[in-house]
Design a protein around this ligand. Structure first.
Ligand SMILES: CC1=C(CCC(=O)O)c2cc3nc(cc4[nH]c(cc5[nH]c(cc1n2)c(C)c5CCC(=O)O)c(CCC(=O)O)c4C)C(CCC(=O)O)=C3C
Ligand SMILES: [Fe+2]
Length: 313
């Protein structure tokens, strides 16, 4: 009989229906309910992306399924079998539920991975902390993949996506080097800088690696989707960046949100609706690269780093 190795696949989580948006938002706000205005604003954004469909849920389900198949295909150790469990930060099944399910299934050792390539103590760090605490409580031995932002297969597939959209621009008459590529990621509060957090450096490294592989020099990095709180967040925001590009007379813009791995609100609303509307207003041509979702090279990236982490223990 093969020994089962658990894989806790962690992701942000999303509501299942518009009714659940309030509970979800309250969880993100650490138990503080949003004001009616804040709630309406968030519900409106979900309604705008696909009439209240929550694509992140289905995308995460597919990623987890597809990762399990990839892991068991790539695994060269005949004595073990990988079994994936989902653990979400702000929705069911929560991270703690995933750990509990493994233990109930008799799993003794596990690896945790997050569906986000870049480490920050405020993002990936909090997923790991919660999983570790629950695992300790239940006596499960678990270790974690902290980041995989320079994995060659990740860089390769992101580069192919950039090249595919640059080719589309060329079809409408733009020269490849006239397109400004905007690499982006979710902003975080500025205070991560004083904490020596690797988030910014890792994002710059991914962007530089993709730019090098695609052979592009007309690019920059910008933030997006900053939270609606009083404290300062990392900037410049993509909308401000686009205003500056207008002044530079840039006409063609390609958004490459390398901090995200799935179609969800931050991509489908903040880029496809909000940034796209601004581009129209500024008379710019704006595109974005396709999200990774269950891309085979992304699945292999995850499978490689999980198998390596499992060998290390
Ligand atoms: C680093 C990071 C990632 C990327 C890494 C990762 O994936 O983990 C990410 C992803 C996501 N963020 C998401 C949604 C939201 N994030 C919010 C608020 C916040 N995000 C934060 C950080 C991040 N968020 C932070 C510091 C806050 C402030 C509150 C707090 O300190 O936690 C809010 C509240 C309202 C607002 O501010 O917009 C919403 C609705 C969705 C799901 C979208 C969907 O359902 O389709 C996804 C994938
Ligand atoms: Fe967020």
């Amino acid at each position: 009989m093969k020994t089962k190795v658990g894989v806790l696949v962690m992701s942000y989580g999303t509501p299942e229906s518009l009714d659940q948006v309030e509970a979800y938002y309250t969880h993100i706000r650490r138990g503080h309910a949003p004001s009616p205005e804040q709630l309406k604003e968030l519900r409106d954004r979900y309604e705008a992306i696909a009439g209240g469909v929550f694509p992140l849920r289905q995308n995460t389900d597919r990623q987890v399924q597809s990762l399990q198949a990839t892991l068991n295909r790539e695994n060269r150790n005949p004595d073990i079998e990988f079994v994936c469990y989902q653990g979400l930060k702000h929705a069911k099944p929560f991270i703690e539920d995933g750990v509990e399910a493994m233990v109930q299934d008799g799993i003794r050792t596990a690896v945790g991975v997050i569906l986000a390539p870049h480490y920050s103590v405020m993002s990936v760090g909090t997923y790991i902390k919660r999983a570790q605490a629950k695992a300790q409580e239940l006596g499960l031995s678990i270790s974690f993949v902290e980041s995989y932002h320079l994995h060659p297969k990740l860089i390769k597939t992101l580069t192919e996506r950039v090249n595919a959209k640059l080719a589309l621009f060329e079809e409408v008459g733009a020269k490849r080097d006239e397109v400004r590529v905007l690499f982006s990621a979710h902003s975080l509060p500025e205070r991560i800088l004083a904490m020596g957090d690797p988030y910014v450096d890792q994002l710059m490294a991914t962007s530089q690696a993709v730019a090098d592989k695609a052979g592009i020099t007309n690019w920059q990095f910008t933030w997006q989707s900053a939270g609606r709180t009083a404290e300062p967040w990392l900037g410049p925001d993509i909308l401000d960046t686009m205003h500056s590009l207008k002044e530079e007379q840039v006409e063609y813009v390609l958004a490459a949100p390398v901090g995200f791995v799935s179609d969800h609100l931050e991509v489908l609303y903040d880029l496809d609706i909000e940034a796209q509307a601004l581009a129209k207003e500024l008379d710019m041509r704006f595109q974005r690269i396709d999200s990774l979702n269950s891309d085979p090279l992304y699945m292999e990236t995850l499978s490689d780093v999980i198998i390596d982490q499992w060998k290390k223990g």
